[in-house]
Design a protein around this ligand. Structure first.
Ligand SMILES: Cc1cc2nc3c(=O)[nH]c(=O)nc-3n(C[C@H](O)[C@H](O)[C@H](O)COP(=O)(O)OP(=O)(O)OC[C@H]3O[C@@H](n4cnc5c(N)ncnc54)[C@H](O)[C@@H]3O)c2cc1C
Length: 405
């Protein structure tokens, strides 16, 4: 269903677009929400500054529980069209195999994932390429002011603006920093110098020394080659950051010497991108007529790999449970909006994300006796389970299943 556009005499510059739901931000969260709501027959206006999402380093792989959510929301076939599938990840530490993870996963550039999500909206005119510069919100109808002079009205505004905080700030929504410069991530693509394929489908190499602050390097296939995501907990001003940008091959092997025999002679084939992440959560967000989803509500530690799970839970709960109910009756006051923030699944996903962020940091870099023992046990448990599984395939799975029953 399309939204209504009222064209004035100035050639559209001050047109007003009427919709049921206006979504600000067409990254993964906003675009998937727009697709879900449009599919359910609601009039949706999705506003993003850019027609095409730029080549920015964000999530580049999805697997496990996240895939189940993608399937539940009905986007799995579309994901398969843009991503590279892989099923086995060889996990190593200090050059030795820890275990092998078996399970479907996909690698992709983030921009392709966002493009895929936007294609699911159906009606291409639902995407308005413009910048939202102001929001007027109340219990009834919300008003968006766009940089071009156009306006959008909606019963509900979904803020999916990612880490950009300016718009929320004007509404009194603040970001509380839980951990400043919590993690540093690097993304780049590698290939063997002789052009041959690597001997593994995907590989994770864990850090060897707490002082290095390396959680893990994850290698997985994307269409352009073998993608590398390096996740660290280390001061972003440390000279090692510059070395990783300037001489990624030599620096990676210096930090993770056990990788050498698995990679052979390799080179980085594209620009090294890096990102310093603060862990933040918003305050002052409970307002009539507006909900925040995805990174706009809470940021995530990339090493924990929980950003997509969180945003998929947000999209699922908001678009399948709450918005259809809210639109059936007049008003969009706090009684409705607060239901979303009190949702059990949403709260659990948000808390799990913070818990995993703290766990990964401690497992990587805490060097007190308690965490040293915990780290050793963590890897010992995994490699023992792997050996048992090699000797008696399927036996451990059956025991775990019986214990769960
Ligand atoms: C380096 C890195 C690695 C990561 N790795 C993982 C991982 O392995 N696993 C995982 O699960 N998660 C990972 N994440 C987290 C994941 O990428 C994010 O949670 C997810 O991309 C957030 O999507 P979003 O739609 O909320 O925000 P975004 O994708 O940032 O989208 C926000 C959109 O809002 C638009 N916008 C902003 N302001 C305005 C405005 N005023 N008007 C119009 N448009 C506006 C922007 O143009 C943008 O398109 C990683 C994040 C980073 C930074």
């Amino acid at each position: 269903m399309t939204r209504t556009v009222t064209e004035p005499a100035d050639g559209g510059k001050s047109a007003t677009i009427d919709s049921d739901v206006a979504i600000v931000g067409g990254g993964l969260a906003g675009s998937l929400a727009a697709a879900m709501l449009a599919r359910a027959g609601h009039r949706v206006a999705l506003v993003d500054k850019r027609a095409v999402h730029p080549d920015e380093f964000r999530v580049e792989k999805i697997g496990g529980h996240q895939l189940e959510l993608v399937r539940k929301l009905g986007f799995l076939d579309a994901l398969e069209d843009v991503a590279c599938r892989y099923d086995r990840v060889l996990n190593i530490r200090e050059g030795k195999v820890v275990d092998v993870s078996v399970g479907r996963a996909y690698g992709f550039p983030y921009a392709d994932l966002v493009a895929m999500a936007r294609r699911q909206i159906g009606d291409p005119t639902s995407l308005i390429v413009d910048e939202v510069i102001a929001i007027g919100n109340c219990d009834d109808v919300q008003h968006l002011e766009l940089a071009s002079g156009r306006r959008v009205t909606a019963r509900l505004v979904v803020l999916a603006t990612g880490m950009a905080g300016g718009l929320g700030y004007k509404l009194g929504i603040r970001r509380r920093v839980l951990a400043e410069r919590h993690s540093v991530s690097f993304g780049f693509t590698i290939a063997r110098k002789d052009g041959t394929a690597f001997d593994f489908e995907a590989l994770t190499c864990y850090g060897e020394r707490t002082a290095d602050g390396i959680d893990y390097l994850s290698l997985f296939p994307v269409r352009a080659g073998m993608r590398a995501n390096l996740f660290m907990f280390r001061d972003p001003t440390d000279p090692i950051m510059r070395e990783l940008r300037r001489e990624p091959e030599a620096t990676v092997l210096r930090l993770l010497p056990g990788l050498r025999s698995y990679l052979g002679d390799f080179r980085v084939t594209d620009r090294v991108q890096n990102w310093v992440m603060d862990l933040t959560i918003v305050e002052g967000h409970l307002q009539p007529g507006i909900v925040l989803i995805g990174d706009a509500f809470q940021t995530n530690c990339p090493a924990a790999g929980t950003g997509v799970a969180r945003l998929l839970v947000d999209v699922d709960r908001l678009c399948t449970e709450y918005v259809p109910q809210w639109l059936m009756t007049a008003g969009m006051g706090l009684d409705k909006i607060s239901q979303f923030y009190a949702d059990r699944d949403k709260i659990a996903a948000d808390q799990q994300s913070l818990k995993m962020a703290r766990f990964r940091q401690a497992l990587t870099s805490r060097n007190d006796i308690g965490w040293d023992v915990r780290r050793r046990l963590h890897f010992l448990r995994r490699s023992l389970a792997h050996r048992v599984d090699q000797m008696h395939p399927g036996w451990l799975g059956r025991v775990r299943g019986a214990l769960r029953a």
